[in-house]
Design a protein around this ligand. Structure first.
Ligand code: SF4
Length: 295
């Protein structure tokens, strides 16, 4: 059910056409959401492209974008955000994770579970835990993004471990990677539990840098996605590499995949777009791919 405030905001944009953009996990709701929009007098069109974050905002002339499942990342005209509340209770997940947690716990989740995270905090405190959280650069308290674990970094000195309640490995890996602390991750629907060891990511970082050690030419990748475009960073890296005697080639592209990088005769790539392309997928690339801070 689309919340009333979202419908009100859509009406205020005065466009009948609505481009519905859903992350992969919510695409199964497309028919239902489109039906509801039609009933309310809109003409829905569903964006069929892959969408992993609000950084990848799609727009269409004469339409309002309804971006579902993420919080605002880029401010743009004619876009309405619906964060989407799963409404799933989180206490059973906190209860199952409890034996694996230290005394001081950093607690995080994704935006779709924020409304219920207070219950998990209360439960943990009732069991004697000290629970900490913090907002990141673009996130609120308890909220984590794959590219913004700054909240977790802020409190890492005050916690023994982190608890992430949410689906997948994408977000807990970010916490482990940026804090170097152990992370317990639990899916609130399946109650599947995983322990993420940060040492693995440190090893990966070293291997990536070794792979690029003898590189004399670098492709600097700039994404055309609105929330991932980072020309200033690309310019800084270019200057840094050139002053060290390296050759550079700036490449502007929408999708960074192992195939799209194959034609370029450079020795290594630096990704100024989504950091997860490097952290999660670097092994799939033929040549070294580095994060900006690894150059
Ligand atoms: S840049 Fe990557 S991690 Fe950040 S919101 Fe976009 S897809 Fe998620």
């Amino acid at each position: 059910m689309i919340p009333e405030e979202v419908v009100r905001e859509l009406k205020g944009k005065k466009n009948a056409r609505v481009l519905v953009q859903l992350p992969e996990g919510l695409k199964t709701k497309a028919v239902e959401i489109a039906g509801e929009l039609r009933q309310k007098g809109f003409e829905p069109i569903v964006s069929g492209d892959l969408c992993f974050g609000a950084c990848d905002l799609k727009t269409l002339k004469g339409a309002t974008t309804l971006h579902v499942g993420h919080s605002e990342f880029v401010r743009q005209e004619n876009v309405v955000y619906w964060e989407y509340d799963y409404g799933q209770g989180l206490v059973p997940a906190a209860e199952k994770a409890l034996p694996l947690l230290g005394e001081r716990v950093g607690l995080f989740t994704t935006v779709q579970h924020l409304k219920k995270i207070g219950e998990a905090k209360k439960f943990l405190e009732g069991k004697g835990k000290t629970v900490l959280t913090a907002a990141g650069k673009t996130t609120r308290d308890y909220q984590i993004l794959g590219c913004d674990a700054a909240g977790a970094v802020k409190i890492k000195g005050g916690v023994d471990s982190f608890l992430y309640i949410g689906g997948g490995r994408f977000h807990p890996i970010a916490i482990a990677y940026y804090t170097g602390k152990p992370v317990v991750a639990i899916d609130p629907f399946s109650l599947e539990l995983q322990e993420i060891d940060s040492a693995v990511w440190e090893k990966d970082r070293a291997l990536r840098q070794t792979k690029a050690m003898n590189a004399s030419s670098y492709g600097i990748l700039v994404s055309s996605k609105p929330g991932q475009k980072n020309w200033n960073l690309a310019e800084t890296i270019k200057k840094k590499l050139e002053s060290a005697g390296k050759e550079t080639l700036v490449i502007y592209l929408e999708n960074i995949t192992p195939d799209t990088l194959l034609p370029y005769g450079v020795d290594a790539f630096v990704v100024t777009a989504c950091p997860r392309i490097v952290v999660d997928d670097w092994k799939s690339y033929k040549k070294a791919v580095l994060l900006p801070e690894e150059v």
